[in-house]
Design a binder for this molecule. Structure first.
Ligand code: GLY
Length: 596
């Protein structure tokens, strides 16, 4: 029998086995959750994790700003109202698709300071100094957010920077009312380590309570100064103030590092899935290429037949795609300005088909016995396990003209390194932890990264942030139509959350609210463990266990979030009416989808 016939026979057998598995499981399958309705709007929509930030974006849209203006307004507003991840002292990615179909990916990821070095987190014996890449001044990369947001306003906005920043300045000056979870989060031990942070956010121990208004006058002054002269942050008085503060604290960031910071306008990664074009994050994010690989591997399954959403049969196949794509993430990715990355090979459909051929329809492939299909990728550099913090934030915007913006931004850990810059009132990131601290030695955590992501001066650490936009499949003679704008925080779980949201909507017919709220599952190759959110259906988890999966439900997926992760912020365009449908993740009770 020829090789092709063997392959066909295998696929046919696989299809039968999958269909049988699906039938066996149908009795206990969950369906889309009833009663979860999206927020509807005729003209424009903003979805964010924090309701005042959503209102800030909406106000700008109503004032005549476009989606980029609104994204700038939301970015600065989140720096005020969501200090957990919104930021001036961090970085992010902004994916723009304008109404003509033109796309931009603004990379304002933090960069390693010039004085950073490969072994900076190792002791004299060459061992990792625990916590050093996360805690203290040396954990910070050179922040990119102010550069990114002001670049976006300058090149793609319609309103002035002062107009875009006005809502954030108002929120910082007049204050905003804290909900219970927001007030509780400000009690962070991370911030208690910094006297300035403890003073501003914790009133030196007299913690804020639900219903109280928090005002941030220092941050208001900083925002006002940036709105008048954005160059001050990188090349003016503020840059020197930040450099002096970092030096006094033992950090590496200098005024020269800030002056050398530049935003990159990169080409997004593009793919296709079941009638849609995917526009997503290129390196230094691992998100887009891994998302495209996952969807390419899944493309020739009839997932709907294996459904409904979150059925064991479907979760199995999706998990096996996650496992394979994350193996490649582990081995190859890093800053594209410092590495030759085999992106074309990773996105090859033949390669996806070869991976697909290794999926057993009835049981998981143990990660340790997973073998990458030969002949596609070069030999990988060394790799080590690594865990990415999950404390990022995402927001999505569509304006009345159909311009769409998808932004994911981060300080890395919740409240970054917890240190507020004296006299300026903003928190600094601990993004240096996203680099590989030591190549070749396993640490206690999960995600694997290679020497392609080793520390080097002025390099950007690998990210998982995956701001994504879907359009209907376009042709040279006809542009695709805007369909979905989405993304999520969640460290290594970002990519699987975005993939699951796409599959829930495209294959399973869930609406954006149902997709955002659906119980999550995640696999990242190593550790070889299927993570299930606490609310993931018990019976489906048991079926997956019976198939051979090691599942992790009882243990909280993330100790700080009690068994949930992610925050899907999704906007869909109704293909028939053009109405905008917003899905704000119900896990975060203080956010909302807002439209008009
Ligand atoms: N710091 C989280 C990420 O960039 O993926």
């Amino acid at each position: 029998m020829s090789r092709i016939r063997v392959t066909h026979a295998r696929i046919a057998a696989s299809t039968v086995a999958l269909a049988l598995l699906s039938l066996q499981m149908q009795a206990q399958q969950p369906g889309p959750m009833p009663g979860l309705e999206p927020t509807r709007a005729q003209h424009a929509m903003v979805t964010t994790v924090q309701h005042d930030a959503s209102d800030a974006g909406l106000a700008i849209l109503k004032q005549g700003g476009n989606a980029v203006d609104a994204a700038v307004a939301v970015g600065f507003a989140l720096a005020v109202t969501y200090p957990f991840a919104g930021n001036l002292g961090g970085g992010g990615f902004m994916l723009i698709r304008d109404k003509h179909g033109k796309t931009h990916f603004l990379d304002y990821r933090e960069k390693a300071p010039a004085a950073a070095s490969r072994d900076m987190y190792l002791d004299a014996q060459g061992n990792i100094i625990p916590g050093m890449s996360l805690v203290g001044f040396k954990a910070s990369g050179v922040p990119g957010s102010v550069a990114g947001l002001t670049f976006a306003q300058k090149h793609f906005g319609k309103l002035s920077l002062a107009e875009d920043m006005a809502p954030a300045i108002k929120l910082a000056t007049e204050g905003f009312v804290l909900t219970a979870p927001e007030a509780a989060s400000l009690q962070s031990k991370n911030m208690a380590r910094s006297a300035t942070s403890a003073h501003i956010y914790q009133r030196d121990g007299n913690f804020y309570k639900e219903g109280e208004t928090i005002r941030l006058p220092l941050l208001a002054a900083t925002l006002t100064a940036i709105s008048k002269d954005p160059a001050t942050f990188y090349k003016g008085a503020m840059a020197h103030q930040i450099g002096d503060f970092e030096k006094a604290g033992g950090g590496l960031i200098t005024a020269e590092d800030l002056a050398a910071y530049e935003v990159k306008d990169r080409k997004p990664i593009k793919g296709q899935y079941h009638g849609y074009d995917i526009i997503t994050a290129p390196p230094p994010s691992s998100g887009g290429i891994v998302l495209v690989q996952i969807l390419d591997i899944l493309a020739s399954y009839d997932l709907a037949k294996l459904g409904p959403d979150r059925s064991a049969a479907q979760v199995h196949i999706i998990t096996e795609a996650f496992r394979r794509a994350y193996m490649d993430r582990a081995d190859y990715l890093g800053d594209p300005d410092f590495n030759q990355l085999p992106l074309k090979q990773m996105a090859s459909l033949k390669y996806a088909a070869a991976w697909r051929g290794s999926i057993d329809p009835s049981k998981p492939t143990p990660s340790k016995s997973l073998v990458r299909p030969a002949g596609f990728l070069p030999p990988p550099p060394d790799s080590v396990p690594h865990k990415q913090p999950t404390d990022t934030t995402h927001y999505s915007i569509v304006d009345k003209d159909g311009n769409a913006v998808s932004v994911t931004t981060t300080l890395n850990g919740g409240f970054g390194n917890g240190i507020t810059v004296d006299g300026l009132g903003f928190l600094m990131n601990n993004e240096m932890d996203d680099f590989t601290s030591k190549v070749g030695v396993p640490n206690m955590f999960g995600l694997i990264q290679s020497s392609a992501n080793g520390i080097a001066p002025r390099k950007r650490p690998l990210s998982a942030m995956t701001p994504t936009i879907l359009t209907t499949h376009g042709h040279w003679y006809r542009r695709g139509k805007l369909s979905l704008v989405l993304g999520s925080p969640g460290g290594s779980t970002i990519i699987t959350t975005v993939a699951n949201d796409i599959i829930s909507i495209v294959d399973n017919g869930l609406n954006v609210q149902q997709a955002a709220d659906a119980p999550r599952f995640h696999h990242q190759y190593l550790p070889d463990r299927l993570d299930l959110e606490r609310k993931f259906p018990i019976d489906i988890g048991n079926q997956l266990k019976a198939m051979g999966y090691a599942t992790n439900r009882d243990q909280a997926a993330d100790e700080k979030t009690g068994g949930t992760w992610g925050d899907s912020e999704i906007i869909a365009v109704d293909p028939k009416t053009g109405e905008l449908l917003g899905g704000h993740d119900s896990r975060r009770t203080y956010g909302k989808a807002a439209g008009y």
